[in-house]
Each structure stands twice: as structure tokens, then as C-alpha cells.
Design a protein. Structure first.
Length: 133
């Protein structure tokens, strides 16, 4: 099998695993690096978005949850290839009722598979969004 066929097969498998939970936007070059964005609906209607971008040996990571309600407290976790890169609490703010977590994480060898999750401490609503770069 050629390198292109192997890459295509691997991409197809990753896409199939993610299907149903995210809608990934096509990757595009910006500022000399690749940027990918994935979106997912949370368990009670909130929206989540994960954006990853290469930047000088790092991956700029941005995870956003939009519930349209200010003052909600969420427990948040971000993992890269199963390794925790962020764990903490965030509160949605006015006027949008959203929060954003930004982290600059090391670009590990090979594909970086990032999973961002959040759980509303009061309602129990959960958000999970995945993307790879």
C-alpha cells in the first residue's frame, strides 16, 4: 500500500470514529500552519467547539462551550493523546453565556488527538469534542 493510501485509510478510520459527535471543518493553512476546527452539540443543547493550530513546535488549543446562560460553572478537561494538558473550572460569562480555555501545548511526534470535555456542575450536562492535527 502506498503512503497516500495508508494516510487515506487512517484518516477514514479516525473520521468514522468521530462521526456523529463532531462536524469537522476542513483544514486550511493560516499563518504558515494548519488549523482544524471541530464542533459538537452537548447533551442538553449547549454547543462546543475545539480549534487546533500548529504554531512553532506547539499546538494552539482553544476549547469553547456556549450555553447561552451566564453564571454556569463547568468542570473542564483537555487531553492530548490521553495526557492531561488542562483540568479546571470555568464559569460562563455575559453577554454570550460562554467560556473559552486556551492552551499552548507541545506538538508531540505524529498525530495529536485532542479531546476536550466539560460537565456543568449543576445540571450535569456534558460536552465532548475531539479533533486531530
Amino acid at each position: 500500500m502506498s503512503k497516500i493510501s495508508n494516510r487515506t485509510a487512517a484518516l477514514g478510520i479516525m473520521s468514522a470514529l468521530a462521526l456523529g459527535t463532531i462536524a469537522a471543518a476542513p483544514a486550511f493553512a493560516q499563518g504558515g500552519g494548519t488549523r482544524v476546527t471541530a464542533r459538537a452539540q452537548c447533551s442538553a443543547g449547549s454547543q462546543s467547539k475545539l480549534t487546533l493550530a500548529h504554531d512553532n513546535g506547539f499546538i494552539e488549543t482553544e476549547f469553547e462551550v456556549d450555553s447561552n446562560r451566564a453564571g454556569q460553572v463547568w468542570n473542564v478537561a483537555i487531553k492530548d493523546n490521553g495526557i492531561s494538558v488542562f483540568s479546571g473550572t470555568r464559569t460562563t460569562t455575559a453577554p454570550s453565556g460562554s467560556f473559552t480555555v486556551r492552551r499552548r501545548i507541545p506538538n508531540r511526534a505524529g498525530v495529536d488527538s485532542v479531546v476536550a470535555s466539560a460537565k456543568n456542575t449543576r445540571s450535569g450536562e456534558t460536552c465532548v469534542v475531539r479533533s486531530s492535527i
